[in-house]
Design a protein around this ligand. Structure first.
Ligand code: DX5
Ligand code: ZN
Length: 229
């Protein structure tokens, strides 16, 4: 099984929004690899969060990290160029949120961002398999999208393993697999063992006072997984 280098991606949804720039800088300085933005529209999910201006504000504040934009909005196409212009590095969306997945993926590429598709806990891999060769990333949801701080759904773990095997069989080893929702120090190892390489963590990181310490612990747990297969 392919093991891509682990990426720790704090979800800014759980950060202190009154000090967003400082929070973003603090987790990156503490060793996080990228920043995860949860974009919600009170339509695809019952919650309302950030628009492109949040990404732009952080870029203007000098933050150069990889911006991992997770769209939980419907429709999406009109906002793809706006997020790209605002500084998105990768744009991930849910396939049922657009009438034409191929067109939306092409739009992301035209706007020079990496592409990602997200799968809800009750959605099968078949929903994304037709598009695998157009993807840089698949985001497996381990909670139903909408809110931070929910409990991890362990039943999604076999789906990650099947996806990793499928990607490897199709010579798409470079495609990353993210896991998003309810990540704790107790379940992150299992996620890694099943083939996830990108770990979205909101409340786990931002509920701590010491980001250095918690990110160090997260990395340690991931590193405990043997890279044997
Ligand atoms: C859920 C979001 C997640 C979430 C992660 O809709 O996509 O990124 O904020 O937060 P925790 O780690 O608290 O579950
Ligand atoms: Zn997310």
């Amino acid at each position: 099984m392919t093991h891509l280098s682990p990426i720790i991606a704090p979800s800014l949804l759980s950060a202190n929004f009154a000090r967003l720039g400082d929070e973003a800088r603090a987790v990156i300085e503490a060793g996080a690899n990228i920043l995860h933005f949860d974009i919600m529209d009170n339509h695809y999910v019952p919650n309302l969060t950030m628009g492109p201006m949040f990404c732009e504000a952080l870029r203007n504040d000098g933050i150069k990290s990889f911006f991992d934009v997770h769209l939980m909005i419907d429709p999406i196409d009109a906002l793809i160029p706006r997020f790209a212009k605002a500084g998105a590095s990768r744009i991930t969306f849910h396939p049922k949120a657009t009438p034409d997945v191929t067109r939306s993926l092409a739009l992301i590429k035209e706007n020079n961002c990496e592409t990602g598709l997200a799968l809800n806990p009750d959605e099968p891999l078949e929903l994304i398999t037709p598009y695998l060769d157009s993807l840089d990333y698949v985001l497996i949801m381990s909670v139903f999208p909408g809110f931070g701080g929910q409990a991890f759904i362990p039943e999604i773990l076999p789906k990650i393993q099947l996806l990793r095997e499928l990607l490897d069989r199709q010579k798409l080893s470079h495609v990353r697999i993210g896991i998003d929702g309810g990540i704790t120090l107790d379940n992150i190892k299992a996620a890694h063992e099943h083939g996830a390489d990108t770990f979205i963590a909101g409340s786990l990181i931002f509920s701590e006072d010491n980001y250095d310490q918690i990110i160090k612990q997260v990395k340690k747990r991931v590193a405990e997984t043997p890279n044997t297969s």
